[in-house]
Design a protein around this ligand. Structure first.
Ligand code: M6R
Length: 367
């Protein structure tokens, strides 16, 4: 059932070209120049007239939500807030009938997300669901929604569900932007053609980084801390990279926006601190270069996740992981994959139970 892989997590990491493709299939019609999504189309007016969109979720799904905020604000120009469902539900948030709430949940059974949805509905908001499990509680209680087609995710650490969530959020943002006039047809066409290549680029990053991440992981089996840094769209990808590492390897890890480093976390850096930096060509590359130099000046160990052919960051980094270039907005989908592999191998070398980490359940149905 693990398809020849040692763990479900590794199998699910390798399934991503297919799960992303399945999530795009029937929706992204590049030749016709359209995105077909019944849930969005049927509620287009309501969605595009929203005063604001609040995304609610927990854990990895919350990280996807943060990237969703960047996508929807950039392409559809609708104000977005992202909240932990567990905070939202207990603080009497300002939500009205003019609001849209997007709930993201792989399992569709997370208790806090469910309770937050009920509250949003009581306040009159229209609730849109992004779930992976068909016919789950959340998918049934929401007003409309789009499924991620990642297939069953067995590993407790979410991998393919996350990249499928990013895929659906990309489709939603581009579709809203196209219909509300904020995205020109030319730009829309350019972006959907690029989105169409993502499954293939994810396959490429799996093929080219599997061995390297395995090798790099060997050097960090005894690490006690890790920092993950990224900017823009890759800041939430840094948070997700850190969560993956702590969940399965039990190494303390934190994600930060790279520029925030100088406001505190830089104090942690010495020769024992590994720092994963996501630094694609697009997206404030120059700023990231100077962040890397600041870290190297303090002897931190840099694992740079850069675009293929990068020389500037690569020349100062201790370890380099390359991934194919894409538009900045889609780069977390690709960059997350080698981070998943890195966490996986560090955990495996530490002898941890990767598919069933201690203290964790696949879906948190208690409050
Ligand atoms: O099923 P959900 O997406 O609602 O689950 C939310 C979180 O419990 C989940 O993402 C959790 O953080 C995972 N273990 C992350 O790998």
């Amino acid at each position: 059932e693990k398809g020849g892989f040692e763990h479900f997590m590794l199998k699910e990491i390798f399934e991503q070209p297919k799960s992303i493709h399945d999530t795009l299939r029937g929706r992204l019609l590049v030749e016709e120049g359209i995105i077909k999504m019944a849930g969005i189309w049927d509620n287009l007016e309501r969605l595009n007239q929203a005063q604001k969109i609040t995304i609610i979720a927990c854990g990895t799904s919350w990280h996807a939500g943060l990237i969703g905020e960047y996508l929807i604000e950039e392409f559809a120009r609708i104000p977005v807030e992202v909240e932990y469902a567990s905070e939202f539900r207990y603080r009497n948030p300002i939500i009205s009938e003019k609001d849209i709430v997007i709930a993201i949940s792989q399992s569709g059974e997370t208790a806090d997300t469910m309770a937050a949805i009920k509250m949003a509905k009581e306040k009159g908001a229209f609730v849109y669901g992004i779930c992976n499990v068909v016919d789950s509680s959340i998918s049934r209680v929401t007003d409309a929604g789009s499924y991620t087609h990642a297939g069953p995710e067995i590993g407790v650490a979410s991998t393919k569900a996350f990249t499928a969530q990013l895929t659906v959020l990309s489709l939603i943002a581009l579709k809203l932007g196209k219909h509300n006039g904020h995205l020109s047809n030319q730009e829309f066409m350019r972006l959907i053609s690029e989105l169409d290549t993502i499954p293939q680029k994810v396959q490429e990053v799996l093929d080219t980084t599997h061995e390297i991440t395995k090798e790099i992981a060997k050097n960090f089996v005894d690490a006690q801390n890790f920092l993950y840094l990224g900017r823009g769209y890759n800041f939430p990808a840094a948070l997700e990279g850190a969560l993956k590492l702590k969940e399965i390897s039990y190494i303390h890890a934190e994600g930060y926006p790279a520029a925030e480093m100088k406001h505190g976390p830089i104090a942690l850096i010495d020769e024992n601190m590994p720092i994963v930096i996501i630094a694609p060509k697009q997206g404030h590359y120059d700023k990231i270069v100077s962040n890397v130099q600041e870290i190297k000046a303090r002897k931190g160990k840099v694992i740079a996740v850069v675009n293929k052919g990068d020389t500037q960051v690569a020349s100062v980094a201790d370890y380099v992981i390359e991934f194919p270039e894409t538009s900045e907005c889609f780069s977390p989908i690709i960059a997350s994959v080698p981070l998943q592999l890195l966490s996986y191998y560090i955990a495996v070398y530490r002898g941890a139970n990767v598919d069933q980490p201690r203290n964790l359940a696949k879906s948190v149905t208690v409050e």
